[in-house]
Design a protein around this ligand. Structure first.
Ligand code: SAM
Ligand code: SF4
Ligand code: F3S
Length: 489
């Protein structure tokens, strides 16, 4: 594997492919007498979401318009792109099932284009299956080559043949290379690094996303300054392990430098995902405590509370190390929330090891947790480990963990009752008319109403506005409140 930096000098082919495709789609649109649409399906984490904002930006540059939301995720469009994830269980069944759904649509309209990309397309068996069993798929490519999407698409369109481009070069193309179609008015997703070098035993990401590579500090700074000037209220700095930012870069900048610089740009919220316990520095935690606009929320995957299990997982820290970070966070970041990922049923997990996980959850009092049942990923080290845990044991352990964690989450929400919190509003709540939704700087989800005596000017969805909300009720996964005032007028 090698790492290649994509520079402006490489933009010639990119730009000419975009131009040629916009001519091609323009003619097709005239022939059909309507706008051409695209349907982009995104699975997985925020890194895939960030990639999809680029894919969407490129398709808009080709003259395609986003298909209207019909409520059917699998609605056919002139161009369908599936940006896949390998972490979710049954991801393969999902993808192959969905591809089957588009077969009839493609038969009815041979001009339709179907492309599959993302993390699943780095697994050779998946690529082979698409090539053999779904010959009507026009294009397959991996996440590392997203900057080559227009070139690959041009080739598929001009040859009429299936194009599969899955390589072993880990490219890093900077954000300014792409037209980006940001999906949220208030939140900008900003990847600061790609790939992962940690090779946790269960995880496919290092294979799917390649070696760790960090963006240039000055380029991130320029992008953040532009986003702040455009009025974005929240920025989310992304990477599989943001705390090891800078590895291989010459300027010696660390993640704390990126965080401080992002905070200096003046956003209301600066968020980041994800952190690995082995790389998180005290300086980052101190910054979180000191700066009002850096989120008071740390997502720190624990995975297991047992040292022996952590060792088998290739997670190089002990549970004592983890407790020290948790304690420092609670001490330095007042009112902060600590969330985590936990895997139940990793190969060889004994009753005692699982009990240690429950103890650790009790100790850390996580405000929320993503809990996973271990499932094997072909090609990972854990695939070869003996002593798979029987499913009935996993189910029983998982239920116990969930019960404990749900009680802790409810406790965390209960602590918010009676407080008045600053909330960044995300829009109208799913709870219905007159209710809005947003997040506090500690990442608590808040649903709230607005008293009749407060008049709202501007966009009625209030998306991206800041408000003070009095919290009056805790629910299992959120809190309810009443707005006291808008504070950004
Ligand atoms: N880089 C992030 C970190 O280390 O915090 C994690 C990213 S991973 C996409 C999200 C979570 O998926 C992991 O923390 C782990 O708990 C879970 N996960 C990954 N592979 C898994 C597997 N094979 N079975 C069960 N859970 C898995
Ligand atoms: Fe996967 Fe571990 Fe990398 Fe996270 S740090 S992406 S869990 S290998
Ligand atoms: Fe999934 Fe890839 Fe993210 S495997 S979780 S989309 S990095």
């Amino acid at each position: 594997m090698s790492i290649v930096r994509v520079t402006d000098a490489d933009s010639g082919e990119f730009t000419s492919a975009l131009k040629e495709l916009s001519i091609y789609f323009g003619r097709l649109s005239e022939k059909k007498g309507r706008d051409l649409t695209y349907n982009l399906l995104t699975y997985g984490c925020q890194l895939n979401e960030a990639d999809s904002e680029k894919l969407s930006g490129m398709m808009a540059s080709m003259g395609l318009v986003k298909a209207e939301d019909s409520g059917n995720e699998l609605a056919p469009a002139d161009v369908v792109v599936m940006n896949t994830c390998s972490v979710r269980e049954n991801a393969d069944k999902h993808l192959f099932g969905n591809l089957g759904v588009f077969k009839t649509a493609k038969k009815d309209d041979p001009d339709m284009i179907i492309a599959v990309c993302g993390c699943m397309m780095k697994v050779p068996a998946n690529v082979e299956k698409v090539r053999k069993s779904f010959p009507y798929v026009d294009l397959v490519f991996d996440s590392q080559q997203i900057h080559k999407f227009p070139e690959f698409l041009r080739e598929a369109v001009s040859t009429g043949k299936q194009v599969a481009r899955v390589g072993d070069i880990d490219y890093i193309a900077d954000d300014d290379f792409f037209p980006i179609d940001r999906q949220r008015k208030f939140r900008a997703l900003v990847p600061i690094m790609y790939g992962c070098d940690n090779f946790c035993g269960y995880c496919i990401v290092p294979y799917a996303r390649g070696r760790e590579r960090s963006r240039d500090f000055d380029k991130i700074k320029a992008e953040l300054e532009e986003l702040a000037a455009l009025g974005y209220k929240e920025v989310m700095l992304l990477g599989q392990n943001v705390n090891s930012y800078g590895k291989g870069n010459a300027d010696g900048k660390k993640f704390a430098d990126v965080l401080r610089m992002a905070s200096d740009c003046g956003f209301a919220h600066v968020r980041f995902m994800s952190s690995h316990p082995k790389d998180l520095s005290d300086e980052v935690i101190e910054l979180m405590g000191e700066r009002d606009n850096i989120e008071k929320h740390l997502h720190l995957a624990m995975q297991s509370g047992s040292d022996s299990c952590l060792k088998r997982m290739n997670r190089p820290y002990t549970i004592k190390d983890f407790y020290m970070i948790a304690d420092l966070f609670r001490e330095k970041v007042e009112g902060g929330s600590l969330t985590t990922d936990i895997i139940v049923g990793f190969p060889g997990e004994t009753d005692e090891e699982f009990e240690d996980t429950l103890k650790a959850v009790e100790y850390c009092k996580f405000d929320a947790a993503f809990t996973f049942q271990y499932s094997v990923r072909p090609g990972t080290a854990a695939e070869k480990l003996p002593d798979r845990v029987p499913q009935d044991v996993v189910t029983e352990r998982f239920g116990r963990l969930l019960e404990l964690q749900n009680a802790l989450a409810a406790e965390s929400n209960q602590k918010k009752v009676g407080q008045t919190c600053r909330v960044l509003i995300e829009g109208i709540s799913k709870q219905g008319e007159g209710t809005y939704t947003g997040r506090t700087i500690s990442n608590h989800l808040v649903n709230f109403t607005i008293p009749e005596d407060i008049t709202i000017c501007g966009d009625a969805s209030l998306e991206g506005r800041l408000a003070m909300v009095r919290i009056d009720r805790a629910r299992p996964y959120s809190v309810d409140g009443v707005m006291e005032s808008l504070i950004d007028e």
